[in-house]
Write a protein that binds this ligand. Structure first.
Ligand code: NAD
Length: 462
């Protein structure tokens, strides 16, 4: 895809207000593959005005028509699936097959689910002597990260559009190309001008301007907890709705009755997928003391098999961050089983799949989000100990429980302070609510729960 040198605002690619640009770098070979404009507050203002102007007509559109536009958008994304996968591989570094299946595949499922929901959802409900109307919140400002660059945009834009909101998206600076491709797809799908707008740019400039803009009614942010805190404070001061999808440090709890080999292998695959850059990754594996050594051996063998097939991490900055955590793990006394801080290749931002054993719950690598292919294996003595360790971080985004008996796993999962738990390897469900407890966020994405983030209620009494 050829990068655009403009912003997609009010249905066309507009000349940006400033001249600064952002280089897009392929993390596998460190070559510049494109350049996009670095938006300013003036570009954000133009985009928000366009979204505001388009709001009344779009909000008044029949849900069936919104559903038809979303179905058309899904079809365009399906027709351009290969191009999407190639673009994500080029700017994020994801292996081609993973880009096809996940980076291009999941947005199709999510866009399709909202096309269906827009057509079937009841935007009106009766409660006693009241009729409650579910109305669009208004103009949405969406700020997204690079780790699942298209999914993160679609998980906000599709429900916003289904609800009747209009939207301005500020994508991550490392992965703006697939965002531009998405804007093209919106255009091809025939969405009215101003309903979807895209401003590329730096977080502290364009992102901040969007979060602070008085014309934005809801800020929906996915990214780090540090930036989420800033955005939450800004939205709070303006008494504005906010949705925050933040970091995670999820536990993969393997109970003594579990199929150990399966639990470990699936757990390692979960952490290594997308080079460890998944907010919901199960980066802490919790194993009973009696089976600990066996689990560590299995984990090391599973991780070593990946080699550099997992692809690079997104940037030099991210690689330095991940290597810093690996060094800290060693310094704090964790036992490095496989991988390590050394670069496995001369070129590209690669990190070796890394496994640490003898990790204790208070170590930095067991508490902080690393966002790289690094697994910590922790030992527990009994179920209460496992629960205390699983719940013992500031995060609560996801997790997994494995047991011989499903009911046993469910009973444990019910006591975890986290937004979603996979039982014995349960599959990703694009209709299930996704979001965090504690500092992992505020609000939910996907399915009907995700749709309701973009709706206000208005009660009429009779
Ligand atoms: P980040 O917070 O640095 O950036 C996310 C987005 O915020 C980018 O678009 C960036 O430009 C923008 N931004 C940065 N500073 C800003 C500011 N001051 N004001 C407004 N916008 C600003 O995060 P990242 O490094 O891009 O992504 C990694 C983080 O995202 C990880 O912590 C990860 O766990 C989290 N994440 C969470 C989820 C989830 O659903 N919970 C999903 C993906 C990623």
């Amino acid at each position: 895809m050829k990068p655009h040198d403009g912003m997609y605002i009010d249905g066309a690619w507009r000349t940006p207000a400033g001249r600064d640009t952002i280089d897009v770098v392929n993390p596998a070979d460190e070559q510049v593959i494109g350049r996009v404009p670095a938006g300013t507050a003036a570009d954000v203002d133009a985009a928000v005005r366009a979204a505001r102007a388009a709001l009344p007509a779009w909000a008044a559109t029949a849900p069936a028509e919104r559903a038809a536009r979303l179905a058309a958008l899904r079809d365009v994304l399906a027709a351009r699936k290969d191009e999407i996968a190639e673009t994500v591989t080029a700017e994020l570094g994801a292996p081609p097959q993973f880009s096809q299946n996940v980076h291009a595949g999941v947005p199709l499922a999510v866009a399709g689910s909202y096309a269906e929901l827009a057509a079937t959802y009841s935007f009106e409900e009766k409660v006693g002597n009241s009729v409650v109307h579910l109305e669009p919140v208004g103009v949405v400002g969406a700020i997204t990260p690079w780790n699942y660059p298209l999914h993160q945009i679609v998980a906000k834009a599709a429900p916003a559009l289904a609800a009747g909101c209009t939207i301005v998206v500020k994508p991550a600076e490392d992965t703006p190309l697939v965002a531009q491709l998405f804007a093209e797809a919106v255009h091809q799908a025939g969405l009215p001008a101003g309903v979807f707008n895209l401003v590329t740019g730096l977080g502290p400039v364009a992102g901040q301007a969007l979060a602070e803009h008085p014309g934005v009614d809801l800020v929906s942010f996915t990214g780090s907890t540090a930036v989420g805190r800033l955005i939450g404070a800004t939205a709070g001061a303006a008494i504005k709705k906010v949705a925050l999808e933040l970091g995670g440090k999820s536990a993969n709890v393997i109970l003594p009755s579990a199929d150990l080999a399966r639990a470990v292998n699936v757990g390692v695959a979960n952490v290594m997928s997308n080079s460890g850059q998944t907010c919901s990754a199960w980066t802490r594996m919790l194993v009973h003391a009696a089976r600990y050594d066996e689990a560590v051996e299995l984990a090391a063998a599973a991780a070593a098999k990946y080699g550099d097939r997992i692809g690079p991490v997104v940037s030099a900055r991210q690689r330095a961050r991940v290597r810093g955590y690996i060094e800290k793990g060693v310094a704090e006394g964790a036992r490095l089983i496989t991988g390590g801080p050394e670069a496995p290749r001369e070129q590209g931002h690669f990190v070796a799949p890394t496994v640490f054993a003898d990790v204790t719950p208070e170590m930095t690598i067991a508490q902080e989000e690393i966002f790289g292919p690094v697994l910590s294996v922790l030992r527990y003595t009994d179920e209460e100990d496992a629960l205390r360790i699983a719940n013992g971080t500031v995060y609560g985004l996801a997790g997994a429980v494995w047991a011989g008996d499903e009911a046993e796993a469910v009973a444990f999962a019910r006591r975890m302070e986290t937004g979603q738990v996979d039982i014995n390897g349960g599959r990703f469900n694009p209709l299930a609510p996704f979001g965090g407890y504690k500092q992992s966020g505020v609000g939910r994405e996907l399915g009907t729960h995700g749709l309701s983030e973009y709706l206000h209620t208005k009660s009429l009494q009779f």
